[in-house]
Design a protein around this ligand. Structure first.
Ligand code: SAM
Length: 294
């Protein structure tokens, strides 16, 4: 068997790598990408997803079940950090995770001691790995956590099912557009936007600040703003069906920069192509309510 590189440990399709600050994170060998490369899994989950989405605050003010889609379950750092951050709340939480494989979660479960963020949640992770759905009390909070093991774009293109109620928030954590283009296409985000219940404001956070990703979200009909800075990136991205969920919307200065970018045109299909904005896309951006009158 091949010896792990210095600073890494593991076998199979995943390995552990140390990131800045000394935390361990999971790295997928096939894509050559580390799941939380900046400040480590738990800190990055908070900075990229929990805080920009104001999840604890929204859940506290919410009556009834709060629904979160966790797209790209991977090693479950985002979702377990969410559980840890909201366990003092009594409002019921429903999380539907999506991934094409449970291998990263299984790997993380076997390396819980190094990763740290699995602590206290091992029984829930074991149940999810076993039966793909688990109900438990997270402190005061009743949780229903399920996973849909499928190709997400294909699942989304199918008829809506009751296995995933419409979300109030989406943690969107695929690999990068260059490595995982099928998860960043315009048709996918158009389907996602069309699927969202207009009476249920929904916000989506992602680590990417790529112009191409932001243009895609805007053209798909989301309002789009900047998220928080993490250790590695200056800022991330927050999108929503309701502009009131976006405290720092992209403005016309951003649009002017997008016009100059050499990688701004949305991906029409699952192939990574870098291109300047087309005239048609630019016109759609200009017509977007976010930029009208600004
Ligand atoms: C960066 S990792 C997610 C890390 C994870 N959120 C965490 O907190 O550990 C990206 C995940 O997206 C999943 N993924 C990539 N393409 C997918 C697809 N087409 N359908 C479903 N899942 C996909 C990968 O299997 C991988 O687990």
């Amino acid at each position: 068997m091949k010896k792990p590189a210095p600073g890494t440990t593991g076998g199979g399709g995943y390995e552990l790598v140390r990131v800045a600050g000394g935390a361990w994170s999971v790295r997928a060998r096939a894509e050559g990408e580390t799941f939380h490369p900046g400040i480590g899994p738990a800190a990055e989950a908070e900075a990229v997803y929990l805080r920009p989405l104001r999840l604890a605050e929204r859940m506290r003010a919410h009556a009834g079940e709060f629904v979160v889609w966790d797209v790209g379950l991977g090693a479950a750092a985002n979702v377990l950090t969410l559980f840890r951050a909201t366990r003092a709340l009594a409002s019921p939480l429903r999380v539907v995770s999506f991934d094409r494989t449970l291998e990263a979660l299984d790997f993380a479960r076997r390396h819980g001691a190094e990763l740290g963020y699995l602590a206290d949640y091992e029984p829930a992770v074991d149940a999810l790995l076993g039966t793909r759905e688990v109900r438990f009390y997270n402190g005061r909070q009743p949780v229903d956590w399920s996973v849909i093991v499928a190709d997400f774009p294909t699942w989304l293109a199918g008829a809506p099912t009751t296995e995933a109620p419409d979300p109030h928030a989406i943690l969107y954590d695929a690999f990068s557009p260059a490595r995982n283009p099928d998860m960043w296409t315009l048709p996918l985000f158009q389907r996602l936007r069309a699927r969202l219940d207009p009476s249920r404001p929904c916000a989506l956070a992602t680590y990417s600040r790529a112009t191409l990703v932001r243009v895609t979200l805007l053209v798909a009909g989301f309002f789009v703003g900047v998220g928080e800075a993490t250790g590695e990136k200056e800022e991330t991205t927050l999108a929503a069906t309701d502009p009131r969920l976006i405290p720092r919307p992209l403005d016309r200065r951003w649009l002017a920069r997008a016009r100059r970018s050499t990688s701004a045109e949305p991906l029409a299909g699952p192939r990574y192509v870098q291109a300047r904005l087309s005239a048609a896309t630019l016109e759609r951006l200009e017509r977007h309510p976010q930029f009208r009158g600004g």
